[in-house]
Write a protein that binds this ligand. Structure first.
Ligand SMILES: *[C@@H]1O[C@H](CO)[C@@H](O)[C@H](O)[C@H]1NC(C)=O
Length: 217
């Protein structure tokens, strides 16, 4: 009886693992197209489908121009996901363009719903991701090269060159989501308490407030 119980527990565990593999990415399509009705009040996992569509629902010209990098980070991400391209609804893919000034940083962040494959169009970048065992996996990449960031892991890119750099990323979600670590902890609304951050980072609350005021600016 005990053995049978253990076996059925194992069987259930295997079944759960098998089921959770296909649903760990965006769900698969049940129809040719489902152009997002972005304004529909009905919210679901993805968007409701518009009754009709045109070619322009599958088009976006916004990656042709560089993003403005004259900001405190020296970088700009221009997304091309379901919010810009309603035709991406249910397709499970999206892109982004990332521009970097010399020294510019796309700061540590995660995409909760997507892995990322980055193609460096020009310049050079120091890239890295950090595993859940806190191992930093990092290297420098050059024009024409690719680096990959696994789903959900903290990662970053920095332009270590003295000319601008431009990268194009592909992501396996129509809506990868982005959580920028510094901003989510130090610029949340309402704010995460000073004490939580002071203990977490082993610093005093004055230092917490200093970081908060810089990131709010
Ligand atoms: C960045 O540059 C653009 C275009 O040159 C300009 O319109 C904008 O005001 C600048 N922004 C900052 C924060 O300097």
């Amino acid at each position: 009886m005990a053995v049978a119980g253990k076996l059925s527990f194992v069987a259930i565990a295997v079944l759960i693992a098998a089921i959770s593999i296909p649903i760990s990415a965006d769900p698969d399509m049940l129809q040719d197209v489902c152009v997002a009705d972005l304004n529909n009040a009905v919210k679901m996992n993805g968007f409701a489908c518009l009754p009709s569509f045109t070619a322009s629902d599958f088009f976006f010209g916004g990656l042709a121009k560089p993003g403005l990098t004259n900001n405190s980070l020296g970088s700009a991400v221009t997304p091309a996901n379901v919010m810009q391209i309603p035709g991406l609804n249910t397709l499970g893919v999206s892109m982004a363009r990332i521009d970097f000034a010399p020294g510019g940083l796309n700061p540590p962040h995660t995409h909760p719903r997507a892995s990322e494959i980055l193609f460096l169009l020009s310049g050079q970048l120091d890239v890295g991701f950090i595993t859940t065992a806190n191992v930093l996996v990092t290297m420098t990449i050059y024009e024409g090269q690719i680096f990959t960031f696994p789903k959900g892991l903290v990662h970053f890119q920095q332009n270590n060159g003295n000319v601008p750099a431009v990268a194009i990323s592909g992501l396996n979600s129509q809506n990868p989501g982005v959580q920028v670590i510094a901003k989510s902890l130090f610029a949340a609304t309402p704010p995460v308490s000073d004490n939580v951050l002071a203990v977490a980072f082993q610093i005093d609350t004055q230092e917490v407030d200093e970081i908060k005021s810089k990131l709010a600016a």
